[in-house]
Design a protein around this ligand. Sequence first.
Ligand SMILES: CC(C)(COP(=O)(O)OP(=O)(O)OC[C@H]1O[C@@H](n2cnc3c(N)ncnc32)[C@H](O)[C@@H]1OP(=O)(O)O)[C@@H](O)C(=O)NCCC(=O)NCCS
Length: 309
Amino acid sequence: MTNADFEKLVDTSDEWIVSRTGIRERRIAADDMTSADMAMEAARRAMDMAGCTHEDIDLIISGTVTPDYRLPSNSCVMQEKMGFPNAVAFDVVAACAGFINGMSIADSYISSGAHRRALVIGTEKLSYFTNYKDRNTCVLFGDGAGAVVLEPCDSGSGVLSTFMKSNGSMRSWLWSKVGGSRNPYMADFAFDGSDKIQMAGSEIFKVAVKEMSNAAATVIKDAGISSDDVSLFVPHQANIRIVEAMAKRLHLGMDRVFLNIHKYGNTSSASVPLALDEANREGRIKPGDYVVMVAFGGGLIWGSALVKW
Ligand SMILES: CC(C)(COP(=O)(O)OP(=O)(O)OC[C@H]1O[C@@H](n2cnc3c(N)ncnc32)[C@H](O)[C@@H]1OP(=O)(O)O)[C@@H](O)C(=O)NCCC(=O)NCCS
């Protein structure tokens, strides 16, 4: 969907959307394509790239707030459809930080020796969760999925440090009020958008800049390197102005920050793996490079990971 498409739906303009967010287009999944379907496609490509089979995977973690079902998890749906005979599969509900939190969990499990090879996914069908009558939110979101395979290595590369933090006191700044056990759907539900994404955008903006900067700085410090050593920053793609403000706080030139928000909008937990994959395929990441991933989302929750490629 392009910005021109949104001009026909709500009172907005291409100029406003581009200047306030950096978004020009987003991808919308077909009606019959679910978040698990997209996750399976991403998983297949990640396993091809890693050269591993379904039998090799013993841990599946999907970050998603738009699963196919309330029960079971998307990861178990994938396990049923693709067949991972040796894996335990579960989801993490950490909104836009879901992929990074999944990576952090997988890193801990692999480091402890409990698991050998993890498939970590970020997948979202946010289009089903978006109120296309609300101009404050509808122009921001898109659908997508990305995945990585993690396994132990001895070469000094891999995940060097991760960081996760949340603050539930701001939970209503980005939420969906109706549809859970607190406010279940009733027969007289008004379809007023209260079961879709509702957001206090400008409040979130400020916290996102501060906490994404702090999270990036934390993993750099924990890994014992400096931000000058980092070749590429791969931030959550929510708003180009959030990313630019974060880069300014970290004294980074935008040439070391990967951006693809103009093509996809905010795809929540899929955002970081989509960006990481594009950066890799475009040759922006070379063996030995330090790469920092950082994300922030509804909860509020945020996290970061530093990887030596
Ligand atoms: C949502 C966001 C783009 C809004 O940008 P902003 O510069 O903060 O804009 P404001 O909220 O101050 O709104 C400014 C005006 O633009 C209007 N506006 C909002 N959406 C609009 C749209 N799509 N088109 C035109 N005008 C719009 C508002 O109604 C407001 O009008 P008013 O001043 O008459 O009340 C920005 O706050 C943002 O990206 N926040 C973080 C969102 C986010 O990251 N969420 C997910 C966390 S992962």
